[in-house]
Design a protein around this ligand. Structure first.
Ligand SMILES: Cc1ncc(COP(=O)(O)O)c(CNc2conc2O)c1O
Length: 387
């Protein structure tokens, strides 16, 4: 049990992760498997615990963004196939091969630089850019040059081909259709060379939930696994039921009653009305609660209380509806009594998307993992300083 010494923490409900993977699996046809996308420390939820839970729930494979993230999972004994979806340095490809980690290719030169690595086969998936405009092969000619470079190497084995949708979560599906048409053309061309020998996977959570019959061999399930919908449209459609896994908790460490006009925090941007109760919460922008969240509400005793005055590095202040003793629980994200602050509400308040909020919560905030409502472990960066 890893101790921590400030009553501020994130709680990750692994039962929700399990439930969400089961919901996605239930939505998909038998022939389509699930990559659990655990990049960025599991979208801020904790990559190792989420990965283990997703595998238990039936996810066959894992997807990350960097080779470093794949090594972390291998290091704790996770053996299922792992795909690094982003760029890997050619000189590191041999390390990936030794750890049985699949990397992503989309440049002829990259294959030529990797080519002379040694004995162990390197598995690669070919990335097609059908309209995301990020990384990937875009044309038949590019495709041909990458495939010919692959054909002329024995130790680099093509085991998959994939693309990523930019608008699968939107109301207007014209670009989504355009991407699928480009994909069909490229796959058709591709089909002469390796039909049936490689896995094809295209969908993220939105595509997987909305168009489960069109997902080829795998869905790369990210945001939905964490119990969040990729967009307002998909949340509205609710193709599958999801349970949010992440909640954020703190406490009151100071409570005071102030006179009229007393200033709160840096810049004295807020002054109290007569007789206001002000609480101090040990959570600040160095924990990822960015300064733009001034004015957002948090829950105290099931009541919505406004963050007043500027958010500091390690603390912020709230206007309470009445006196509460120090130690009273504060909920920043999640339920308290019959109130709830959803991830979407926090994201809307700072004009971003729900994906970004848990990623913002820094390593200074311990993650407590729960199964069947029991704490099974705690992960905490300050326990293992990264530097
Ligand atoms: C290549 C790729 N596949 C699958 C996913 C999972 O998508 P989902 O979380 O919508 O299911 C992502 C998420 N990538 C990102 C999510 O936010 N910004 C990104 O670049 C991705 O980049």
């Amino acid at each position: 049990e890893e101790k921590f010494y400030r009553d501020s923490f994130a709680e990750v409900d692994l039962d929700a992760i399990h439930y969400n993977v089961r919901q996605m699996r239930g939505r998909l046809p038998e022939k389509t498997g699930v990559y659990a996308v655990v990049k960025a420390n599991g979208y801020g939820h904790g990559d190792i615990q989420v990965a283990r839970t997703a595998i238990e729930a039936g996810a066959e494979r894992l997807a990350v963004a960097l080779l470093d993230e794949a090594f972390r999972l291998r290091k704790v004994g996770i053996t299922v196939p792992i795909l690094v979806m982003g760029y890997t340095r050619p000189e590191d490809a041999l390390l990936a091969a030794r750890e049985n980690i699949t990397v992503t290719v989309y440049q002829k030169e990259w294959i030529e630089r990797v080519k002379d690595t040694g004995e162990t086969p390197l598995h690669v998936h070919l990335k097609l850019d059908t309209g995301m405009g990020r990384i990937g092969v875009r044309s038949e000619t590019e495709m041909e040059s990458v495939l010919s470079a692959l054909r002329s190497t024995e130790n680099v084995q093509l085991t998959g081909v994939f693309t990523h949708f930019a608008t699968a979560d939107e109301g207007d599906l014209s670009h989504y259709r355009e991407q699928n048409e480009r994909l069909a053309r490229l796959l058709e061309y591709f089909g002469e060379s390796w039909s049936g020998e490689v896995d094809v996977h295209t969908g993220n959570s939105a595509a997987g939930m909305r168009f489960p019959g069109h997902m080829f061999q795998y869905v790369r399930f990210g945001i939905g696994m964490y119990g969040l919908y990729p967009s307002g449209e998909v949340k509205e459609e609710r193709p599958i039921d999801l349970q949010p896994a992440f909640s954020l908790h703190s406490t009151l460490i100071h409570v005071k009653k102030l006179e009229e006009g007393e200033p709160i925090s840096y810049g004295a941007t807020y002054r109290t009305d007569q007789g206001e109760w002000i609480g101090t919460v040990p959570f600040g922008y160095a924990d990822g609660w960015i300064r733009k969240l001034q004015g957002m509400e948090v829950l105290v005793n099931g009541k919505r209380c406004e963050i007043v005055g500027r958010i500091c590095m390690d603390q912020f202040m709230v206007r309470l509806d009445e006196y509460y003793p120090t130690g009273t629980e504060v909920v920043l994200i999640g339920r308290q009594e019959d109130e709830e602050i959803e991830m979407d509400e926090v994201a809307d308040y700072v004009d971003t998307i729900n994906y970004e909020i848990p990623c913002l919560i820094t390593g200074r905030v311990p993650r407590i993992f729960k199964r069947n409502n029991e704490v099974i472990s705690t992960s905490h960066r300050l326990q293992h300083p990264l530097v």
